[in-house]
Write a protein that binds this ligand. Structure first.
Ligand code: NAD
Length: 320
C-alpha cells in the first residue's frame, strides 16, 4: 500500500476508471457517490470493468452516506458532473482536511470557483484528460483507448503533491504530465466541447453527422472563434484553427462513427447538462470584457430552454 489515501468523489464513468486504476496500482482508494444502488453493487460484487473483450471485478471500497465517514484524505479526485461540484463538496466536506489536495479533470471552467470555497487555491490541481469511460449501469463501466492527462496547480507554491499525483497516475497506467500549458489545454478542450456538445445536443445528430455537414462546421467555427476571442482577452493563446482541426478529425466518419457527446446523451436522458460550466462560463468571462458572443449565447439559450422544459416535469433525474 502506498503512502497517501485517495478518495474519489463522484464515482461515475470517469471516477470509477481513475479510482480503479489507482487501486490496482496499489493505492488506498475509496469511492464516494450519492447513487446508492451503484455503491451497493460495488460493495457486494466489486466494480465490473470491461476493456475490449475482457471483463473483471475490482474489490474497491465504495460508500454513499457521508454521515458514516470518519477518515480524511490527502488527495481527492472530484469527478462529478460540473453542476454537482458544489453539492458534492458540501455533502462530503467531512473527508476534506486543511492538508487535502483536490484534483479536478472535469470539463468546463466554472468548477474552480466552487472548489475554492472548500479548498485553498494552492491545493487545487486542475487539468484535462483525453481518456474516456462509459457507465453502463450500477457498478459497471467500460473503458478503452489511450489518452493523456495534463495537470497544474491553480496557485504557485509547494508542488510536492502535484508531482506525487502525476507519479501515482503514471503508475496507474494513466499517462500524465505536469505542464505549464495546462490552462491552454483546458481552454482548447472548452472550445471543443462548447462547439461539438451544443451543436449535437441541439440538433440531436451524432458527432459525425454534425462534423460532416457544412452548416455544422459553420456553426462550430462561429462558437470556437468566439471562445478564442475571450481566451485572448485572458492572455491565453488559443488557436481557433487548431481546435477546428481537432473537431474535423473526431467528426471524420472513420473515427467518430455514431458517437453521441455527453451533452446530447444528457438531453436524450432528460438530465441537467454541463452547459453552465461550458458555454455559460464562457459567456460569464465575456461579460467581464463587454464582448458579445452571439453563437455561444444562442446555443446556451437553446440548451437551457430544452433542459428547463424537461426538468420541470422530472426535476430529480440525475443519472442513467
Ligand atoms: P458520470 O455522470 O458518469 O458520473 C458522475 C457521478 O457523480 C455519478 O455517478 C453521480 O451519481 C455522482 N454524483 C452526482 N452528484 C453527486 C454528489 N453530490 N456527491 C457525490 N457524487 C455525486 O460523469 P462522467 O462521465 O464520469 O464525467 C465526470 C466529469 O468528467 C465531467 O465533468 C465530464 O465532462 C468529465 N469527462 C468525462 C469523460 C467521459 O468519457 N465520461 C471524459 C473526459 C471528461
Amino acid at each position: 500500500m502506498t503512502d497517501f489515501p485517495i478518495a474519489v468523489i463522484g464515482a461515475g464513468a470517469m471516477g470509477c476508471r481513475f479510482g480503479s486504476q489507482l487501486f490496482e496500482a496499489g493505492y488506498d482508494v475509496t469511492l464516494y457517490d450519492v447513487w446508492k444502488e451503484h455503491v451497493e453493487t460495488i460493495q457486494k460484487q466489486g466494480l465490473k470493468v470491461k476493456r475490449g473483450e475482457s471483463e473483471k471485478r475490482i474489490p474497491i471500497k465504495a460508500y454513499d452516506n457521508p454521515c458514516k465517514l470518519t477518515q480524511v484524505y490527502d488527495v481527492i479526485f472530484l469527478f462529478t458532473k460540473s453542476q454537482h461540484t458544489e453539492d458534492a463538496l458540501r455533502q462530503y466536506q467531512k473527508v476534506i482536511s486543511a492538508k487535502t489536495h483536490l484534483v479536478t479533470l472535469q470539463n468546463g471552467i466554472g468548477n474552480q470557483e466552487a472548489i475554492s470555497k472548500y479548498i485553498d487555491q494552492d491545493k487545487i490541481i486542475v487539468g484535462t484528460t483525453t481518456y474516456s469511460s462509459d457507465l453502463h449501469g450500477p457498478g459497471f463501466i467500460e473503458v478503452g483507448g489511450s489518452g493523456e492527462v495534463l495537470i497544474t496547480q491553480v496557485q504557485k507554491g509547494d508542488t510536492g503533491m502535484l508531482e506525487k499525483v502525476a507519479e501515482a497516475l503514471n503508475k496507474a497506467s494513466i499517462q500524465t504530465r505536469v505542464s505549464s500549458n495546462t490552462i491552454l489545454a483546458i481552454w482548447e478542450k472548452l472550445a471543443f466541447n462548447a462547439a461539438i456538445n451544443t451543436v449535437t445536443a441541439v440538433t440531436r445528430l451524432a458527432t459525425g453527422q454534425v462534423g460532416n455537414h457544412l452548416r455544422g462546421i459553420e456553426l462550430m467555427r462561429g462558437i470556437v472563434e468566439e471562445v478564442a476571442q475571450v481566451a485572448h482577452h485572458l492572455d491565453i493563446p488559443l488557436d481557433a484553427e487548431n481546435v477546428m482541426k481537432k473537431l474535423k478529425e473526431v467528426s471524420h466518419p472513420d473515427s467518430a462513427g455514431d458517437h453521441l457527446p455527453s451533452m446530447l446523451q444528457d438531453v436524450l436522458k432528460k438530465r441537467r447538462t454541463e452547459i453552465d460550466a461550458i458555454n455559460g462560463a464562457i459567456l460569464r468571462e465575456a461579460e467581464k470584457f463587454n464582448i458579445n458572443l452571439p453563437y455561444n449565447r444562442t446555443v446556451y439559450n437553446l440548451i437551457r430552454m430544452t433542459e428547463d422544459h424537461y426538468l420541470q416535469q422530472e426535476t430529480h433525474r440525475l443519472r442513467p
